[in-house]
Design a protein around this ligand. Structure first.
Ligand code: SF4
Length: 233
């Protein structure tokens, strides 16, 4: 494995980030979206020093058995061309791999072939530009990643952060339709009591009470299951 990988954050132990698997979580700097409610500004804006792969590898070699999996998160890990090489190296020392992605780089997801995939769906396809997305083929890319999620069955999930504006009723109805065939969908209430990229976002009118339960019912008609996950990342 080579160093200078773009990893700028590291949570050494996690019991919640990789279903059924005790994991270590690596955060890659940079992202091709700017969700105003993102609570990882230092990671997304690449404001932290890099962590050496040799340090991470050494840690993993010592923790074999106690830790079983590695989560590649961010930021957006699929922006890093080194990702397949890093994953291959970590697999070679006996770890399972999960990728967290915003879904905009399906080719990289396919290349890496994770054991578990978590894809964030942010809003309806036509509103991604409002999240800073400049890719002209964003809809096609997200649709492709959703196909990968569907093909992975119980080894993949879609996560939706329920936030003012981006997940209003209109957006949720459109999102629900593209989730037909997804095994698991999790709804996560946005957390605005912690530092976010755009502090003014908290000033948006909040969604009416009961919205998240209504959204669960809408999406539950299309996805295999739709669960409200509270106080999660
Ligand atoms: S929430 Fe995720 S996709 Fe959005 S800016 Fe933050 S890291 Fe990027």
């Amino acid at each position: 494995m080579s160093d200078g990988s773009g990893i700028i954050g590291w949570q050494k132990y996690s019991f919640i980030d990789f279903p059924g698997t005790i994991s270590t979580v690596l955060f890659f700097g940079g992202c091709n979206l700017r969700c105003p409610y993102c609570h990882n500004p230092d990671i997304v804006l690449n404001r932290l020093p890099q962590i050496s792969l040799s340090e991470i590898t050494e840690y993993l070699l010592k923790r074999k058995g106690a830790i079983e999996g590695v989560v590649f998160s961010g930021g957006e890990p699929t922006l890093h061309s080194s990702l397949p090489e890093i994953i291959s190296g970590i697999r070679n020392i006996g770890y399972k791999v999960k990728i967290d992605t915003n879904g905009l780089n399906p080719d990289m997801v396919s290349l890496c072939g994770p054991d578990y995939l978590a894809m964030d769906l942010k809003t309806s396809f036509e509103r991604y530009a409002e999240l800073g997305c400049t890719l002209p083929d964003a809809q096609k890319r997200i649709g492709h990643t959703l196909q990968i999620v569907k093909a992975m069955g119980e080894n993949a999930e879609v996560r939706i952060t329920v936030a003012p504006h981006f997940t209003d009723r209109d957006a949720i109805e459109k999102m629900a339709e593209v989730l037909q065939g997804v095994n698991k969908v999790f709804l996560q209430p946005v957390q605005l009591h912690i530092p976010v990229i755009d502090p003014e976002f908290a000033g948006n009118p909040q969604l009416p009470e009961g919205s998240i339960e209504n959204f669960r019912n809408v999406i539950g008609r299309f996805a295999g299951s739709c669960i409200i996950r509270s106080e999660t990342a």
